[in-house]
Each structure stands twice: as C-alpha cells, then as structure tokens.
Design a protein around this ligand. Structure first.
Ligand SMILES: *Cc1c(COP(=O)(O)O)cnc(C)c1O
Length: 440
C-alpha cells in the first residue's frame, strides 16, 4: 500500500497501491496508455531483465495502471501479489498452466462456470493436462483423485446454478497435507469471502463481474496468497524449482526470493504473459479500478436485495423451489454458507417455476426492468433461463446434473430500489402463469 495502510476493505479499495501520481499529483489513478518504458541507463535495463529489480519494461508484461489494480486486489484478499490479465478465462487458464504441463493433472470441483468447464474438459485436456472432476459435496473426493502428478485443486466459492458454497478449509487442509495448492475462483463473492484466510493459496477472478460492476470491461486477476511452500514440494512443482530454459535457467523459487514469496506470480508474469500475451489493457484496468473503489458498498447492496428477492420468491405460488445459499435443505450446505460468506450471501438467486420450460420463457419475456443477458455481477438486475440459452446444448439429463431443471431461472440481483425489482418479478411471474397448464 502506498502510504495509507488499513485492513478494512472499504479503505483498501480506495487507497492500496496508489496515492497521488508522483509526476502530476493526479488523485485518480492515471491511465498509463503506453506500450514501453524508457530505461534510465544500460545498467538499469540489465537489472530489470535480470529481475534484480522489478520495474516496467513492456505493457504486455506489466503496466502502472494494471499495477495499482493488482496491488489493490492483493491487499483486499490479504495476498502478496496480483497479476492482471485480459479476462477471467485467462486468469483460470494461466493459474493452472503456470504449474501444470502435459502429463500432469488437476482435481477440480464439478460445480463450475461453463467457460471454465470447457477450458478444463477440452482445451487443457487437448494440451495434455488432465482435469479430474469431483463432487465437492464430499471434500474427501479431492484426496481420492490425487496422485503424484496432481498439481492443483480447483473450485468456485459460490458456483451457480447450485449456489452451494465450496468447502474451502476442508479441501485446503487435504491439499496442505499432500502438497497440493488450492486455486479458488471467487468471482461471485468478492469481499464476502476471503479465500486465503480459509487456507486457499491462489484466488482467481473474472473482474468483468462484481469487481467492475458497470458491465463495460472484460478483465481477470490472479492473486497469489504467498502461503504455499513451492520449494518444500520441489518434486511436485518442477516448473518452479528447476532451471527454466525460457529465462536463462532461472529457478523461480530462488530467483525472486529476496523480493518475497512471489515466485508463482513472477513466473506467470515473466513467462506466461510474455509468451501467451493475455495482458489487460491499461484502459480496462482503469475501468475496473473505478468499479473496485465502490465494491464493498455495492456487494452489500446486492446481497440485501438478493435476500429480499429470495424471501419474496419463496412465498409465491408459481415457484417450486428457491435456490439461495442459506435456503439449502442440507445442514452442511447451510453451514458452509455461514462459515465462508460474511456480511452477505451475494447477489445470485435461482428458482424453479412449477410449470417448466414454457413458464420460464414467459417469465423472461414478461420482465421489463431485468436485462435478459448471459452475465452476472452487473449493477443492473439480470435474468436468464438457462434451459433455453446457456445450457440448451446439453442433453436433458446433463442439464439436470448441472442443476438446471426446465423451469430454472437465474437472477443476478442488481442494486436498483428493491420495490422496483420486486414489481418487475411480479410482472414476470404473472406472465409465466398466463396460460393454463392444460394448454401447454
Ligand atoms: C464470467 C466468469 C468467468 C469468466 O470470466 P470472463 O471475464 O468472462 O472471461 C469465470 N468464472 C466465473 C465464476 C464467472 O462468472
């Protein structure tokens, strides 16, 4: 943190990593829209390339605007370093490619964002990285799927559509004993959940969602907890512990030791961003910083509105079930929500309409305030009927397995006035029930 140090998220998101531009005194974080940076002299240039000193070389690898975003999110998570990337997809891909290569495997929760599922089941698999999917309902499933080629565990804090919170401390403890780090996608629960405090080692974000909030900019971030001992598990992590031919034989755990426990992040930046090029643009970093500055306020407003929506839906005759973290039938699922989400349960609510797919379609078409989009985490309220959109390519039994019944509707509840949100849901439900069941 530049000058102001605080453990409070409301202060961190405004002050961490930046305080007045040294060149101009500008209070807002400037957009450093530059590709390259002049070296002071040849010694300086040499030291930067040799990683004796960290500093700016080229914007594909680092940028001062991205750096503020990285420092702010790292501060918010209690991590040691951050890496801004072009999208949430790039964040999850690089988080794994940084430590796994062909022949290795990763054990992942089955409850995943669709894009992550495709990345794991198809693209990483085509690259020779096997992803073993296990049900997180029983954390021991992670242990059972582990072998000496396992390089990471992967899960989502609050996956939709099921909205069952991931057993963070339980899986982290298994990984700690076996020497396997836990990577957690915290996109749906920033501020509410601090995964590193519960033992996770790497946090990934799509900043496109709640962190940006305004729905203008795609971006992603990897936060390094600095709490995994890569050196102690040198056999499992050759990429961090053996000489890297792509960086004049650097051994990452040794090369950056004087700079702190940031080997994972420095390697991802200097090799993967360098080679794969999924850099965040300074302009998008600026946009995401604008969102981040009000995130703690917004996430509480999203959570309060979503709770009111969940309670409203529970009492409606058209609705069979409401899916919400504190409404789960299972006591263990409710315990996880209470343990890992603090200060709110997030902005996502799911529900099943009694009358199935056609009612779902009519509900969506009856809405006026909610946007009908395949997105979450916008300040505006959003709705989608997965069976006819995001999950329509799946077989009916695959839809059910992923938690999508024909009448399932997903809401990302925004921060409009709650009266207007409930009035719109009223309109949607009235439309959903318009045709008598016999006519379907
Ligand atoms: C949207 C999303 C992603 C992917 O992020 P992009 O920024 O769209 O690439 C990953 N994980 C979760 C949970 C998401 O909601």
């Amino acid at each position: 943190m530049a000058n102001v140090s605080s453990k409070n998220p409301e202060t961190q998101v405004l002050h961490a990593g930046y305080r007045a531009d040294p060149a101009t005194g500008a209070v807002a974080v400037p957009i450093y829209q530059t590709t390259s940076y002049q070296f002071r002299d040849t010694q300086h240039a040499g030291d930067l390339f040799a990683l004796k000193e960290l500093g700016n070389i080229y914007t594909r690898i680092m940028n001062p605007t991205c750096d503020v975003l990285e420092q702010r999110l790292a501060a918010l998570e209690g991590g040691v370093a951050g890496l801004a990337v072009a999208s949430g997809q790039a964040a999850s891909a690089l988080a794994i490619q940084n430590i796994a290569r062909a022949g290795d495997n990763v054990v992942s929760s089955t409850d995943l964002y669709g894009g992550t599922w495709n990345l794991f089941a198809n693209t990483l698999s085509n690259q020779g990285i096997e992803v073993r999917f296990v049900d997180p309902a029983d954390p021991e499933n992670f242990r059972r799927a582990t072998d000496d080629k396992t390089r990471a565990y992967y899960g989502e804090t609050l996956p939709n559509p099921k909205l069952t919170v991931f057993p963070i401390a339980e899986v982290a403890a298994i990984g700690k004993a076996l020497g396997v780090p836990l990577i957690l996608d915290n996109t749906a629960a920033p501020v509410l959940c601090r995964p590193l405090e519960h033992g996770a080692n790497i946090v990934v974000y799509s900043t496109t969602k709640y962190i940006g909030g305004h729905g203008t900019s795609i971006g992603g971030l990897i936060v390094d907890g600095g709490n995994f001992d890569w050196e102690a598990h040198a056999e499992r992590f050759p990429l961090l512990n053996q000489p890297d031919p792509s960086y004049h034989g650097a051994v990452w755990t040794q090369a950056v030791k004087p700079l702190g426990p940031i080997a994972y992040t420095v390697k991802a930046r200097t090799t993967l961003l360098r080679d794969l090029g999924a850099a965040l643009s300074p302009f998008n970093a600026f946009q995401i910083i604008q969102g981040l500055e009000t995130l703690p306020l917004r996430i509480r407003a999203h959570s309060a509105n979503a709770l009111a929506v969940a309670e409203y839906l529970r009492d409606r005759p058209e609705v069979a079930t409401v899916i919400y973290p504190s409404f789960h039938a299972g006591a263990e699922q409710r315990r996880r929500a209470e343990t890992y989400l603090r200060g709110g349960l997030g902005g996502l609510v799911g529900f099943e309409l009694k009358d199935g797919a056609d009612a779902g379609r009519r509900f969506i078409d009856g809405l006026e305030l909610f946007y009908h989009v395949a997105n979450i985490g916008d300040t505006r309220s959003l709705a989608i009927h997965p069976a006819t959109t995001t999950h329509s390519q799946l077989q009916p039994e695959e839809q059910i397995a992923s938690g999508v019944s024909p009448g399932y509707v997903r809401l990302s509840v925004g921060i409009e006035h709650i009266d207007d949100i409930l009035a719109d849901l009223d309109r949607g439900l009235a439309a959903s029930a318009r045709l008598p069941r016999a006519a379907e």
